[in-house]
Design a binder for this molecule. Structure first.
Ligand SMILES: *[C@@H]1O[C@H](CO)[C@@H](O)[C@H](O)[C@H]1NC(C)=O
Ligand SMILES: *[C@@H]1O[C@H](CO)[C@@H](O)[C@H](O)[C@H]1NC(C)=O
Ligand SMILES: *[C@@H]1O[C@H](CO)[C@@H](O)[C@H](O)[C@H]1NC(C)=O
Ligand SMILES: *[C@@H]1O[C@H](CO)[C@@H](O)[C@H](O)[C@H]1NC(C)=O
Length: 469
């Protein structure tokens, strides 16, 4: 059922990871537009440094970005407009703003006049007199007000340019978003996303431009996500604590990274650290292992008569979980609460798997089936559902081996050495092997059938975790 059509613009896709999926799950038809800024000062500077065409450079980055988003199971947008493909729309909007007298021209540049827009500052709560824009850079003395910003910049040596009524040049940073959102969503739409750092001046300027061009312009909800911090410091190139999603995915599973990202509320800073990524990897392994075991138990039953029953004893656990899910997601996407609420049904699954015979057996399969279904349902909305549990578990094991700098054969060999040592009552040696492996994140599990291994949080990091609590 389609409740309404939601028009949504997400100008960054990082933390609002689950909103598109959740809105669709709620029955909305979502139109999701994500911009590609392929012309701006930084891109031009970088391209000149590399001796590459700036648009070509951006295309390469766009492809890389898509690769990362796909691996993180982010839903593809309905449209992904690029600035370089929307010069006519941008120029049109600047013309409208000039026609309505909200902007002025100087030597081939066009500036927005903030004094003409009394509501300037309504999103960020900043007052115009507080705005010391241009304080760090020398104020352009040609501007009427220091906070006035460029809609069009005249062409400079070594920069890409397009023809316009004001001469050759390129769009200012802010106008692209107003023009592209209006082109795909209209002047009035439901949700606009972006990083916290964009509230001022970027989004403030966007509101001013869009309202100047069209007085019907309105965004109902702004959603701003927090920064990624590394060990509590803001991630930035200048601090040297900067790394890419690709580098993280070398050693961690993409769905472990996703679990980590949605484990923080989207408006809060996300605190990146190895401990956090190890914890997320461990958690997602536990989730998939429980569900994999559950599938195996269910697979043993050829009757499959349980498929549509929801036994009363499980029903309350599932209802509670489902209520928590809906309440938390509807309350400004509180994904961390949903993740925590998974503990109960997962624990019940593990209890049921290890309840072999007896009174519970009768409804055991029905319960397991219902619990698995409820969890799968929520994992899908959170974008955490893998193609198959067994494949994801295998990939998680491979990443753990990579972090441990060991091959699976090496681990199996150490297990054999340990088994031999134990047979010979060389307990010091066997303990040392177990400890060495635990130190690098390989946990050994003994059972009557033999010894197996699974990824675990490396010992030193576990100690860090304990110290922190
Ligand atoms: C989308 O626009 C915002 C604001 O201009 C910018 O910060 C962001 O990098 C753009 N996103 C992409 C993927 O280019
Ligand atoms: C951009 O890349 C394309 C193909 O990758 C190439 O043919 C073209 O010459 C490049 N453009 C510039 C200006 O370097
Ligand atoms: C803008 O949207 C909000 C939220 O839907 C609404 O309360 C407000 O009246 C709208 N403003 C205009 C000018 O349409
Ligand atoms: C972020 O992580 C670091 C190191 O793991 C920790 O010391 C710090 O307290 C954390 N900060 C927040 C805001 O959680």
């Amino acid at each position: 059922m389609i409740l309404a059509t939601l028009a949504m613009l997400a100008f960054t896709s990082s933390s609002m990871f689950s909103i598109g999926r959740y809105l669709r799950y709620m029955g909305y038809e979502v139109k999701y537009v994500r911009n590609f800024t392929d012309v701006d000062d930084k891109i031009i500077a970088r391209a000149n440094q590399l001796g590459e065409d700036p648009i070509n450079l951006s295309r390469r980055y766009c492809e890389e970005f898509h690769y990362d988003m796909t691996h993180l199971q982010c839903l593809a947008p309905s449209t992904e407009p690029r600035v370089s493909d929307h010069l006519p729309q941008i120029i049109d909007m600047i013309k409208q703003i000039l026609d309505k007298d909200f902007a002025y021209m100087i030597d081939g540049d066009v500036y927005f006049s903030v004094d003409k827009f009394p509501e300037y500052g309504r999103l960020s709560g900043r007052k115009l007199e507080d705005n010391r824009a241009g304080e760090r850079v020398a104020v352009d003395s040609r501007k009427k007000h220091p906070a006035d910003f460029a809609l069009w910049k005249s062409a400079k040596e070594g920069e890409p340019f397009w023809e316009s009524p004001w001469g050759p040049g390129r769009p200012g940073w802010h106008i692209e978003c107003s023009a592209m959102s209006a082109a795909y969503l209209g002047y009035s739409f439901d949700i606009h996303g972006g990083g916290m750092d964009l509230v001022f001046p970027h989004h403030e300027n966007e509101i001013a431009q869009s309202c100047a061009a069209c007085d019907r312009s309105n965004v109902s909800y702004w959603m701003h996500n927090g920064f990624v911090t590394v060990d509590s410091e803001k991630m930035s190139k200048s601090l040297g604590n900067f790394f890419t999603i690709r580098q993280v995915l070398e050693v961690y599973h993409p769905l472990a990274l996703r679990l980590f990202l949605i484990g923080t509320h989207y408006r809060s800073p996300i605190n990146y650290s190895d401990v956090q990524l190890e914890t997320a990897s461990d958690r997602i392994f536990y989730i998939y292992q429980s569900l994999y075991d559950c599938e195996n138990v269910l697979g043993e039953d050829d009757e499959a008569t349980w498929k549509n029953v929801n036994p009363p004893e499980t029903a309350s656990c599932i209802n509670e979980f489902h209520d928590d899910f809906l309440t938390s997601m509807s309350d400004d996407l509180h994904t961390p609460v949903v993740l925590a609420a998974m503990s109960d049904p997962l624990k019940t699954i593990n209890d049921l798997i290890h309840t072999r015979k007896g009174k519970k057996q009768e409804l055991r399969l029905e319960s397991l089936a219902a619990l698995e279904k409820a969890l799968r349902h929520v994992l899908t909305v959170l974008g955490l559902m893998p193609t198959s549990y067994s494949e994801a578990l295998q990939q998680l094991r491979e990443k753990a081996l990579k972090r441990a700098k060991l091959t699976e054969d090496e681990v199996l060999q150490r297990i054999e050495e340990r088994t031999t040592a134990r047979k010979n009552k060389e307990y010091e040696k066997s303990d040392a092997i177990r400890k060495d492996l635990a130190a690098v994140g390989i946990a050994l599990m003994d059972s009557p059938e033999g010894t197996t291994w699974r990824p675990a949080i490396p010992l030193a990091l576990q100690e860090k975790l304990v110290a922190a609590t």
